[in-house]
Design a protein. Structure first.
Length: 344
């Protein structure tokens, strides 16, 4: 057994061969050599000398970045027409996308968050698949064709390292409007061989949005978190208001993007309705000081209040049409008018 300090070319070749042999199955810990991260570095260096992994680096990839699109997609490696690419996701929003878009046979694993019922509305479905901690070691050991990840995750890992193993990375964006939601869904659907499914989801979502009628209960609304946080134009919360044909009061207060609104602004010029975040993260005493103020509580008692309790509300994808339908139903019920397009 060679120790971790061997530096002779023969040792490097040995390590490179080990990676080629064991990385597909388990971490190289099981063979008694150095940790996988170190071994991969040595093994990749050895490929230039011994050529033991040259076939992995011969895959041709190109970056696709269309004007006005948020998603950065690395073109998938060529696969046979009979096999869809194997896909792995590394965060909750990517999990939700994969569960709704991919064929079950494609899913290698989902992030561990997907199986937590306090975080994911699809937890029971997600438990049918393996989970991961989004580590580079897991990705390389699992050998997916494609990884759905965030820009932050890509910044923390070396994409070129994955390319050496024929693993392509697709950045899952956080769209700010419906056009971007449909755009990224179409791109990712095509990239994982599910373009037809993506088109189906887009058509259904557009049909449902068209059935949602403008509210007569409110002309303006304010999204408000317990600590005074809000969302104006340039956020997917604003896209929800647009679908409801309700103006975003945060923009009238001078807020742009994600920001905060003062209690004074709300009291002096209140909206016609409020949209409150009811997620566990926003209901603790430490994070709900603004909401608990007596003046604001009086306003909430006298105005329509919408509840944003969807566990996946932080993921701006096509499923937000369900949120729109729910909010439309709440507005209509508080005005005494049946909602159009609301799902049972």
């Amino acid at each position: 057994m060679m120790n971790a300090h061997d530096t002779a070319p023969e040792a490097l070749v040995h390590r490179g061969a080990c990676v080629a042999e064991c990385v597909t199955f388990v971490s190289c810990w099981t063979t008694g050599i150095a940790p996988l991260a170190l071994v991969l570095t040595l093994g990749l260096h050895a490929t230039a000398t011994a050529g033991s992994l040259s076939s992995a680096s011969s895959t041709t990839e190109s970056m696709l970045q269309a004007p006005g699109r948020d998603a950065t997609v690395i073109k998938p490696a060529l696969l046979s027409e009979q096999r869809l690419p194997r896909v792995m996701s590394t965060n909750l929003c990517a999990d939700m996308l994969l569960l709704g878009l991919a064929d079950a046979s494609q899913i290698v694993s989902l992030s561990y968050q997907s199986q937590d019922p306090k975080r994911s509305s699809q937890a029971s479905l997600a438990r049918n698949f393996a989970s991961n901690q989004a580590s580079a070691e897991e990705v390389i050991a699992s050998q997916p064709d494609i990884v759905l990840a965030s820009r932050r995750w890509q910044a923390q890992h070396q994409v070129r390292l994955f390319e050496r193993f024929g693993i392509n990375i697709i950045n899952v964006p956080y769209p700010k409007d419906w056009a971007s939601i449909f755009d990224s869904l179409e791109q990712i659907g095509e990239a994982i061989g599910r373009g037809a499914r993506a088109a189906e989801l887009i058509a259904d979502t557009q049909r449902r949005l068209q059935q949602v009628e403008a509210s007569s209960a409110a002309r303006s609304a304010l999204y408000l978190r317990g600590n005074g946080g809000t969302a104006a134009s340039g956020t997917f919360i604003d896209a929800l208001f647009q679908a409801l044909a309700v103006s975003n009061k945060a923009s009238e207060y001078g807020v742009t993007g994600w920001g905060r609104v003062s209690l004074e602004s709300i009291v002096l010029d209140p909206p016609d309705a409020f949209m409150l975040s009811r997620t566990e993260h926003d209901t603790s005493l430490a994070r709900s000081g603004v909401i608990r103020h007596p003046l604001l509580r009086d306003l909430l008692f006298s105005k329509p209040v919408l509840s944003l309790s969807n566990l996946d509300a932080g993921c701006s994808d096509w499923r937000q049409v369900e949120t729109v339908e729910k909010l439309a139903g709440e507005l209509s019920s508080q005005s005494g008018i049946p909602a159009q397009g609301a799902q049972p």
